[in-house]
Every structure is written in structure tokens, then in C-alpha cells.
Ligand binder design. Structure first.
Ligand SMILES: NC(=O)c1ccc[n+]([C@@H]2O[C@H](COP(=O)([O-])OP(=O)(O)OC[C@H]3O[C@@H](n4cnc5c(N)ncnc54)[C@H](OP(=O)(O)O)[C@@H]3O)[C@@H](O)[C@H]2O)c1
Length: 209
């Protein structure tokens, strides 16, 4: 059996830890230098993954010479979304609850992998991606998907670019949302491997212990 890919979560957050505004409006957090860094980083990875929440909120094109993967249990990715209509290979991970007609329509646009009954089973998905030859996976959010990667203990590294502004809002998505842990003992420990000023913000590189 092929091994699971190495997983890096790369995200840009505001100084108060948010991924976007309370309206889930995409905001430019990265500096010019950070955009360049992400562009170069993507070249070192085989695939890039986002959750369907990010596709619906931002409609990202996920540019770069890289396979694009969407975790989309219910098959809600719009057929006209950029991720399905670029020049690169796209993979949509569904669960068994995705409606059959949507699955068939998605198969016209992308490779469909069915992993899990209700929610995309990330362990199974990573095994399938590994067997497709994907050995390095970059996860670009959002906060709900990031949580599942941590909760399943599938994250190897976390890179956070912290921008120089505050947006506030208790409902604004944060770097890691989901259920969260109950107490410190359950927290996922990190080790700082590097830090760097990039424009007006700072890049922190963490290894997950
Ligand atoms: N600043 C940044 O770097 C950055 C990057 C990305 C996103 N964002 C922001 O983040 C926000 C979107 O974040 P979000 O948390 O709403 O959405 P998300 O994490 O992108 O997607 C969450 C959705 O993914 C689906 N999913 C499928 N399998 C899953 C699994 N195993 N675990 C968790 N989710 C799974 C779920 O929907 P189903 O159950 O329907 O499948 C879930 O609701 C937007 O505002 C966007 O602008 C910012």
C-alpha cells in the first residue's frame, strides 16, 4: 500500500487569527513577498487541497502546476467553479451522501473519489491520493477542514503568515475552527522551526510534534 502524503497546512491569518471577515469575505492578508513565497512553495507540492466552504466563499483558482483537490462530502462544488474549470487536474472527494446526479455531473469535470459515508474520511482520502502518486499535499484551509486535519493527526507542518491588521468578529473563520479541544492536554503541540519578516507581516513555520 502507498503511504499517505506529507501534509503542510499553509494559511494567511490576520493579527487576530482570522482567515477572513465575519461575512466570510475573502481578504488580502498576504504581502507581495508572501504571495511570491506561496507561489514558489506550491511548485514543491504535488497537490493542493481546500474545503468546499472555501470554494463557495472564495471560488479560488488554485493556480500553479499542481493537482487541485476539494473535500466536498455533499457534492456542493458548483460546476462552474474555477477549481473545476482550469487547465490542471482536479480531484473532488465526495462522501456516499453526495447526490448521484451531482456526482455524475462532477465526473465530467474532475476525478471523483468517494471516501466515507457522511463526511469525507481524510485518512482514506490521503491513502487514495498516495496511491495516485501524490506524496506532498498542501492544505490551504479553511478553518473547518484545517481542524479535521489536526483532529485526525494528519498534519506534519503548519506555515502561518500573520498580516498586519485586525478584523475581529466572533463568527469570523479562524485558522483552526471545528470543535476544538476541551483542555490544554488535548492540544496539538508545535515546534517553531523558523520565523521571517515578509513585508509588513511575519511568517511562522511550525513542525507538528
Ligand atoms: N486566509 C487564508 O489563507 C484562507 C484560506 C482558505 C480559506 N479562507 C477562508 O476560510 C473561509 C472558509 O472556511 P470554512 O471553514 O467555512 O470552510 P472550509 O474549511 O474550506 O470547508 C469546510 C467544508 O469542507 C467540507 N468537508 C469535507 N470533508 C471534510 C472533513 N473531513 N472535515 C471538515 N470539513 C470537510 C465540509 O462540508 P460538507 O460536509 O458539505 O462537505 C465543511 O463544511 C472563507 O471565508 C475563506 O475566505 C482563508
Amino acid at each position: 500500500m502507498m503511504s499517505k502524503p506529507f501534509v503542510l497546512i499553509n494559511s494567511a491569518i490576520t493579527a487576530d487569527g482570522k482567515l477572513s471577515t465575519r461575512e466570510k469575505m475573502q481578504i488580502e492578508i498576504s504581502s507581495k513577498e508572501d504571495f511570491e513565497r506561496v507561489k514558489r512553495l506550491r511548485e514543491k507540492f504535488d497537490a493542493i487541497m481546500v474545503g468546499v466552504g472555501t470554494v463557495l466563499a472564495d471560488n479560488p483558482s488554485l493556480k500553479g502546476n499542481i493537482i487541485r483537490v476539494v473535500a466536498d462530502s455533499g457534492g456542493k462544488t458548483p460546476l462552474n467553479s474555477k477549481v473545476l474549470n482550469g487547465s490542471n487536474r482536479a480531484i473532488i472527494a465526495l462522501s456516499e451522501r453526495a447526490p448521484r446526479d451531482k456526482r455524475v455531473a462532477l465526473e465530467e469535470k474532475a476525478e471523483v473519489l468517494v471516501c466515507g459515508e457522511e463526511k469525507v474520511d481524510l485518512n482514506l482520502l490521503l491513502e487514495k491520493l498516495g496511491s495516485l502518486g501524490i506524496s506532498k499535499l498542501m492544505v490551504e484551509g479553511g478553518g473547518t477542514l484545517n481542524w479535521s486535519f489536526f483532529a485526525e493527526e494528519l498534519v506534519d507542518q503548519l506555515y502561518t503568515y500573520i498580516g498586519n491588521f485586525v478584523v475581529g468578529g466572533k463568527r469570523a473563520p479562524t485558522l483552526v475552527d471545528g470543535e476544538g479541544v476541551r483542555e490544554k492536554e488535548e492540544a496539538f503541540e508545535l515546534e517553531l522551526s523558523d520565523m521571517q519578516r515578509l513585508g509588513e507581516g511575519v511568517l511562522l513555520k511550525w513542525d507538528v510534534k
